[in-house]
Design a protein around this ligand. Structure first.
Ligand SMILES: *[C@@H]1O[C@H](CO)[C@@H](O)[C@H](O)[C@H]1NC(C)=O
Ligand SMILES: *[C@@H]1O[C@H](CO)[C@@H](O)[C@H](O)[C@H]1NC(C)=O
Ligand SMILES: *[C@@H]1O[C@H](CO)[C@@H](O)[C@H](O)[C@H]1NC(C)=O
Ligand SMILES: *[C@@H]1O[C@H](CO)[C@@H](O)[C@H](O)[C@H]1NC(C)=O
Ligand SMILES: *[C@@H]1O[C@H](CO)[C@@H](O)[C@H](O)[C@H]1NC(C)=O
Length: 327
């Protein structure tokens, strides 16, 4: 209810976004602007919708309560031996894992040996932080997710190696789980292949920024080794722009952030044939990136707590914005 009121109010503040091409506007609003335009990289949502935010430009984990007006960004923890953070995911109730590394901002490559996975446990009175693993061979740690069949296993997107690393947080060991042409980068200047990744119903879904694709591959595990159980299916090619991270909703739709300034909603074909491409519609911003209220969107996550909260998609941007989208 509270968020319904919130969006009712927000419609007074945002003009209806008349968009060209295949588009369907949904209501959205900037709910926080970081004063220095800090480059937000990734987002996770805690059980009562408190947001956890990472930045590639700062090795600190931040939190923000999106239900308070003009909330404050609080620094929870600063990680050592890192210039910035990447993907963040909840792998057990109340326990999150994130990627920290030293990244050369010119080459956009991690310093060899610097990629590490840290855990932050919110089940105690004060968050407990501990290093879970090093991923010494990773070239650039980006999206991070959990393998649902075994929550001791995390999957890390390596945008430079064009691969997914498997990290066993019980042993700290990492191994290459999948490396595929669909995950490789193609534009030397950008140099970003696989970016966001999430698992739903035995499939690993992922974006490739350079190839502008949204794809999936079935996963299987043999004695603790995660591998692809089939070929990679390209579900959609983003019409314009470079896809970054995304959120999957309960209907199996993907809300994909697209640089320089759009959110694309990708819907599975009705028959789920698997050979059909998914439909695609721009729901916020536009392909040209002229919407000042969605400047370089980087990741998205749905709210939690009650039905109203679950309909809000929180989106981070590279310009320090946090945008709430009414799905
Ligand atoms: C929130 O911040 C904006 C921008 O700084 C300001 O215009 C607005 O008055 C603030 N709202 C409240 C309730 O403080
Ligand atoms: C940080 O790096 C230094 C030098 O490589 C190393 O000695 C130290 O153990 C690292 N700290 C952590 C917490 O990984
Ligand atoms: C980043 O990489 C470039 C090219 O290899 C190098 O010249 C520069 O010194 C590196 N920057 C840092 C901070 O290590
Ligand atoms: C798991 O993969 C590693 C290398 O990636 C290999 O050495 C090991 O034999 C595999 N284990 C099983 C049970 O297949
Ligand atoms: C799936 O789609 C392909 C290509 O459009 C079609 O040939 C095939 O009959 C479809 N299969 C089912 C089960 O609908």
């Amino acid at each position: 209810m509270r968020s319904a009121v919130f969006f009712l109010l927000s419609t007074l503040l945002v003009s209806a976004r008349a968009l060209s091409g295949v588009s369907r506007a949904v209501r959205s609003r900037v709910i926080y602007q970081e004063p220095t335009s800090l480059f937000f990289e990734n987002i996770a949502v805690r059980d009562a919708s408190h947001l956890l935010l990472t930045s590639v430009a700062c090795p600190a984990l931040f939190t923000l309560d999106p239900t308070t007006t003009n909330g404050t960004l609080d620094r929870l923890h600063t990680f050592p031996n890192a210039t910035g953070l990447g993907g963040i995911t909840e792998y057990r109730p109340g326990v999150f894992a994130l990627v920290a590394s030293l990244v050369n901002s010119t080459t956009r490559r991690a310093e060899p040996g610097s990629v590490a996975i840290w855990g932050v446990d919110f089940n105690a009175k004060n968050p407990v932080v501990r290093k879970l693993a090093a991923v010494p061979e990773a070239a650039l740690g980006n999206g991070l997710t959990v393998f649902p069949e075994d929550t001791g296993i995390l999957l890390l997107a390596d945008s430079v190696a064009g691969a997914v690393w498997q990290i066993d947080i019980r042993t700290g060991a990492s191994r290459l789980a999948i490396q595929d042409p669909s995950m490789q980068f193609t534009v030397p200047t950008l140099g970003l292949g696989i970016n966001g990744l999430h698992v739903q119903a035995d499939y690993l879904y992922f974006t490739n920024s350079d190839q502008a694709t949204f794809s999936r591959v079935a996963l299987t595990a043999h004695n603790g080794n995660v591998t692809a159980a089939g070929v990679v299916q390209t579900l959609a090619t983003i019409e314009s722009g470079a896809p970054d991270d995304f959120a999957l909703d309960e209907q199996g739709r993907a809300w994909v952030t697209v640089h320089p300034g759009a959110i694309a909603l990708l819907c599975p074909p009705a028959g789920l044939n698997g050979t059909d491409t998914w439909s695609q519609v721009t729901v916020v911003g536009n392909a040209q990136g002229t919407d000042a209220d969605l400047n370089q969107p980087t990741s998205a996550a749905l709210g939690r707590g009650d039905l109203a909260k679950e309909q809000i998609l929180y989106v981070t941007t590279g310009a320090g914005q946090l945008v709430a989208v009414d799905t």
